[in-house]
Write a protein that binds this ligand. Structure first.
Ligand SMILES: [Zn+2]
Ligand SMILES: [Zn+2]
Length: 369
């Protein structure tokens, strides 16, 4: 597993890669344009070239999150067309940037007028196929590839949103004729608030099994790694910094599930208010590096951390004996060293957590979902 972060591309899309390197991330997620405006950004060719070059040199993964205005589930033809065009455009720029994937929210049918589930799925699928076609054409032109994967992100289940469970996600993939580059982005916070206890290994096993059975394991391409401000099953989409929310130490279990091996886990957290920081990436890395040896250990840690939030990083609670058992290298040669650095930051981080708690609600609306 490698770790990414959603980062700003202000000052040029290539700057996002620099920012990822600066905070010690292995991968980057970007908006390719302002997420609250329809108008696409006109990227300079030199910025695109530099993005590709830096990514090649420094990162293991790069993805884009499409804008929030997109709603390809809509029964309003004008909004649907605008949304589909924006999704196509994101796939085209994604192909030019050489991205692995473009992630988007399947949208909302906004109540009973949206038509039957099948009609809604049909609308979403039609948009997906158009976007994938545009991405593939642009990929061929840019570097002879098929362009980025298009990924449906699981929703928090609020309102009339589509994609709140495996059944809905699978129906969308099937409606798009099981297109070979249509996949899934799984957001830990969204899963949690839609009712899946991602901190419980047995629950995870069941849901991952269900997803793999429904659409095939190769379609799960990206993880969004977020804690949640809102309780299990609340359908409220409110991200929280790693280990500081309702999932808390349960993210250990999520992060260390063997099924996620090799995937990129991208943080979409507020950090100190301006998005993921070095310490947020380190916190995620430490959760993975200090993976508990057994399910029993994970459950014990989880129970200690709940129901009230405990600021002590879970890894700090391990006894020396357990530490030995859990401390196996996880990635390439540098994993141990990185874990060490993460360990050194832990005390400082724990002290900061309290101070941060009071000021962190302010920028929520600007954060990626
Ligand atoms: Zn999202
Ligand atoms: Zn997300």
């Amino acid at each position: 597993m490698y770790f990414g972060a959603h980062l700003s591309s202000s000052g040029g899309i290539d700057k996002a890669v620099e920012r990822a390197v600066d905070i010690g991330a292995d991968a980057v997620q970007v908006f390719t344009q302002s997420p609250r405006m329809w108008r696409p950004t006109n990227h300079k060719p030199e910025n695109i070239a530099r993005f590709r070059e830096l990514r090649e040199k420094h990162l293991q993964g790069a993805v884009a999150h499409a804008i929030y205005l997109i709603n390809v589930a809509s029964d309003d033809p004008e909004l649907w067309e605008k949304s589909t065009a924006a999704l196509e455009q994101t796939m085209v720029i994604g192909a030019e940037l050489g991205l692995d994937a473009v992630i988007f929210h399947p949208g909302s049918h906004k109540g009973a007028d949206g038509g039957t589930t099948q009609q809604v799925a049909g609308r979403i699928a039609k948009a997906c196929l158009r976007a994938l076609k545009a991405g593939a054409q642009a990929g061929q032109a840019a570097d002879g590839t098929n362009g980025p994967w298009l990924l449906l992100e699981n929703s928090a289940g609020q309102g009339g949103t589509i994609g709140r469970n495996t059944e809905e996600l699978a129906s969308l993939v099937h409606a798009a004729d099981d297109h070979p580059h249509l996949g899934i982005c799984l957001d830990s916070c969204h899963w949690w608030v839609s009712g899946v206890d991602v901190g419980d290994r047995a629950v995870l096993d069941a849901h991952i099994g269900e997803l793999d059975d429904a659409i095939g394991p190769e379609r799960l391409r990206v993880i969004h790694l977020n804690d949640s401000k809102a309780p299990l099953g609340s359908n409220k989409d409110r991200h929280e910094n790693i280990g500081e929310g309702e999932i808390g130490a349960g993210l250990h279990t999520f992060l260390n599930h063997p099924r996620f091996e090799g995937l990129g886990a991208y943080l979409e957290v507020a950090g100190g208010g301006d998005g993921p920081r070095a310490e947020d990436v380190a916190a995620a890395r430490a959760m993975r590096a200090n993976r508990p040896g057994k399910k029993k250990a994970a459950t014990a840690i989880k129970n200690v951390a709940r129901p009230e939030f405990d600021a002590t990083p879970p890894s700090a609670k391990r006894t020396p004996g357990k530490a030995k058992a859990g401390a196996k290298p996880v990635a390439k040669g540098s994993a141990k060293g990185k874990a060490k650095v993460a360990g050194a930051e832990k005390a400082r981080r724990a002290a900061k957590i309290k101070a941060r708690a009071e000021s962190k609600n302010k920028t929520d609306g600007k954060r990626p979902r």
